[in-house]
Design a protein around this ligand. Sequence first.
Ligand SMILES: Nc1nc2c(ncn2[C@@H]2O[C@H](COP(=O)(O)OP(=O)(O)OP(=O)(O)O)[C@@H](O)[C@H]2O)c(=O)[nH]1
Ligand SMILES: [Mg+2]
Length: 201
Amino acid sequence: MSGKSLLLKVILLGDGGVGKSSLMNRYVTNKFDSQAFHTIGVEFLNRDLEVDGRFVTLQIWDTAGQERFKSLRTPFYRGADCCLLTFSVDDRQSFENLGNWQKEFIYYADVKDPHSFPFVVLGNKVDISERQVTTEEAETWCVENGNYPYLETSAKDDTNVDVAFEQAVRQVLAVEEQLEHSMLGHTIDLHSSHKSGSSCC
Ligand SMILES: Nc1nc2c(ncn2[C@@H]2O[C@H](COP(=O)(O)OP(=O)(O)OP(=O)(O)O)[C@@H](O)[C@H]2O)c(=O)[nH]1
Ligand SMILES: [Mg+2]
């Protein structure tokens, strides 16, 4: 891949055991371990991809979801371009904790404008039929908390895993584009106010 590749840092957050490491490993190495160990601190892996004609190197940061590792993970939030808020559809508590993960990220990443930050929500383990969270509930949470994209994934069955990471890239690119547009808008506004100013004096 050429040197023009855009480097994006994406961070996976969510309760211990929801499948963050499994999603990252499925995406980067196409492997799944049914006996995975809890993560301690953070780990990261890179994968190159092309999204809508843009070459991107995705640096995926996988964090430890267990509360006791909080101080080990939070220093790595800064500089993230996108945050994947992850829960497991068979674990109600992990869904109810999404808001805490969102807050923790905004605080420690020191996000200046939380309303425009690109979050994506993932409901993992959809291969399990005994669900505790419905698709509708999750979609409602996403609409009410920032209008985030919602994807249901399975690291085990490889369902929607590629789509989830591509969506993360699209979210970042969309926010960048909006910023560029608004900056362009400011330039035009300044120019037109200057014009009208000159006509009145
Ligand atoms: N059925 C099913 N099991 C999964 C899936 N993803 C992960 N698991 C299993 O769930 C357990 C926890 O997965 P991890 O990927 O280690 O979870 P984690 O979110 O990284 O957990 P922490 O590192 O403690 O934060 C492991 O036994 C996985 O094999 C999935 O999509 N379906
Ligand atoms: Mg893990």
